[in-house]
Design a protein around this ligand. Structure first.
Ligand SMILES: C[S@@+](CC[C@H](N)C(=O)[O-])C[C@H]1O[C@@H](n2cnc3c(N)ncnc32)[C@H](O)[C@@H]1O
Length: 221
């Protein structure tokens, strides 16, 4: 799966379409939300939800960290979960709420909060899709500690870590990890899925980059 393969041609552009990844690089979140609106839920979330279903665990509380425009929160609601969707950008919650059916709204809480100030309630699932690399390195250890302690035994973490060989690792303020560091962060979890994705963009796209990603689903012991 391409991590963020969606493309759009921005207003006034000539012949180099921007992709959602270009908006992510610039941290132009409204541009990013526009470029991914209506896309399917992330594979890591689906893999985690399938595992809960296979073991017969009923839907519980999920915290969707940096939920963005809400592709994953919508899927969680659709499958009967109680959802707390957080994001620091003011456009995120309205975009999500505008797409939630009246029936599902009672199971959704949106919180506008920066990673650094986020309390993580006790829950069955923390979902952090393409979110953690945007947490400042100084704030990461506390955020990660809160994530780990919030997940009940038998609960899961689903999401992505960005690797140390990824082009964006050199951008100030980003949190990237080596494989060893990811495995250390996941101590106390059974790693159920760890898909390492490492590849180069084709050279003819706007601003090609090297991708180094860890797609993770892990069950707390
Ligand atoms: C690449 S998007 C991922 C959105 C969504 N989870 C997805 O899978 O498409 C990164 C998200 O992180 C949010 N974000 C960036 N910096 C943040 C911060 N310091 N605190 C909280 N959220 C932040 C952005 O608003 C954006 O929604």
């Amino acid at each position: 799966m391409d991590p963020m393969p969606e493309q759009e041609k921005p207003e006034g552009s000539s012949d180099t379409p921007l992709r959602s990844q270009d908006y992510s690089e610039m941290e132009d979140w409204p541009g990013y939300f526009r470029s991914v609106l209506g896309k399917d839920p992330r594979e890591t979330l689906l893999a985690a939800l399938d595992r809960f279903e296979q073991e017969g665990t009923p839907p519980g509380l999920a915290i969707d960290i940096a939920a963005g425009e809400g592709r994953d929160s919508l899927e969680l609601l659709r499958r009967g979960w109680q959802v707390v969707a957080t994001d620091d950008h003011p456009d995120a919650a309205p975009l999500l709420l505008s797409r939630v059916s009246e029936d599902n709204k009672a199971r959704l809480t949106t919180v506008k909060v920066d990673f650094s100030e986020m309390e993580v309630p006790t829950c069955e699932l923390v979902n952090a899709s393409f979110a953690l690399p945007f947490c400042r390195p100084a704030d990461f250890p506390v955020l990660w500690r809160r994530i780990v302690s919030a997940i009940r035994p038998g609960g899961r973490f689903a999401g992505q870590f960005f690797g140390d060989r990824d082009t964006w690792a050199t951008i100030p303020g980003r949190s990237h990890h080596s494989r060893e560091e990811v495995e250390k962060l996941l101590e106390g979890f059974e790693i159920e899925l760890m898909r390492v994705e490492e590849k180069d963009d084709p050279s003819d796209v706007h601003n090609p980059k090297h991708w180094h990603l860890f797609h993770v689903v892990a069950r707390k012991e």
